[in-house]
Design a protein around this ligand. Structure first.
Ligand SMILES: [Zn+2]
Length: 182
């Protein structure tokens, strides 16, 4: 899926970040990488230390949180990609975290709410996006406590009636929402 088809059209001017595919130097020793056919794929081999610099998608999470009347919690993005548009709370996993811990941390950072994640709802991959290749895991989450207060990558946070959702920044999130409420 191309960047332009993943990100809503109103932010089509977004410039793609350098991705792992553009890496030129070894992560282990700083040596120059060259493309080699290894295990049936073109991979980045270090000419100095001989390490293969394997490249993998970045795991991330998205949280589906509803209020008592079935409204869906969305955050307004304050950073690219999709700045000014709305999306599910979420973000990238940090080293040492479980996906559920990422849900708890990201939701707290972006919304001010403490949540308890449920079982995995769905997952998908996004190829060649703003951050390169990403895997997004969607979790429903139950609010334990806290007060709505936008932070981190969010400039606003709000529950929306499901039939009055604003434009969603990411197709992956829009599909999670459609599937969850269908
Ligand atoms: Zn190396």
């Amino acid at each position: 899926m191309s960047e332009s088809s993943e990100i809503s059209q109103s932010c089509s001017s977004v410039v793609r970040l350098k991705s792992a595919k553009d890496i030129t130097h070894c992560a282990f020793c700083g040596g120059i990488l060259r493309d080699e056919n290894i295990e049936g794929r073109i991979r980045k081999l270090c000419g100095s230390c001989g390490c293969v610099n394997y490249q993998n998608p970045i795991p991330s999470i998205a949280a589906i949180i509803t209020d008592n009347s079935g409204g869906l919690l969305l955050v307004k993005r304050s950073v690219e990609p999709g700045v000014g548009l709305w999306c599910l709370p979420g973000g990238f996993m940090e080293l040492g975290e479980t996906p559920e811990e990422t849900v708890v941390r990201e939701v707290l950072e972006e919304t001010g709410l403490h949540v308890k994640p449920g079982a995995i709802f769905d997952a998908c991959s996004r190829i060649g996006g703003y951050h390169g290749d990403v895997v997004i895991i969607a979790y429903p989450a139950e609010v334990l406590d806290g007060e709505l207060n936008p932070g981190d990558d969010a400039s606003d946070v709000e529950y929306f009636p499901i039939d009055q959702l604003p434009e969603i920044a990411f197709l992956s999130h829009a599909r999670f929402i459609d599937k969850y409420f269908s």
